[in-house]
Write a new protein. Structure first.
Ligand code: ZN
Length: 133
């Protein structure tokens, strides 16, 4: 079964910590041990795991991606959001996290971020939990 987490981004680019939402979705499956597969079905948003304790880290990533990949350049794509497409490819569209004892087995400082690159929009993250035999 695939679950969906609904997300509403509030700005053009934004890193949204979805760790608690993912944990809640896992608890709803009642699966204690296994693998959680997260998938972002969008071409201008991504997903990444990085530091969650200090919000400055995701802010730095966001700001420096904007410097590396400017909103306006000699892009061919006529829709005007090529920067968002490029950033989505860089961050990727999926993550895998182990589940142990009903909890996400993340590192102490890790959090799961939905990466908005062309907001604000209504978005979703698909989630599938595979039970360990
Ligand atoms: Zn586009």
């Amino acid at each position: 079964m695939i679950k969906e987490i609904a997300i509403r981004s509030g700005t053009r680019t934004e890193f949204i910590d979805i760790t608690d939402h993912v944990q809640k979705a896992i608890e709803e499956t009642r699966i204690k041990n296994g693998i959680c597969y997260l998938y972002v079905p969008h071409t201008t948003a991504g997903i990444t795991i990085n530091e969650g304790a200090d919000p400055s880290v995701s802010r730095d990533i966001d700001e420096h991606l904007v410097k590396l990949i400017p909103f306006n350049s000699n892009y061919h794509h006529a829709e005007g959001n090529s920067a968002a497409h490029i950033k989505a490819s860089l961050t990727g569209s999926s993550e895998l996290v182990f589940i142990e004892g009903g909890k996400l087995r993340l590192g102490t400082w890790q959090a799961i971020y939905f990466c908005e690159f062309d907001g604000p929009r209504n978005r979703k993250v698909s989630l599938k939990v595979i039970r360990e035999e």
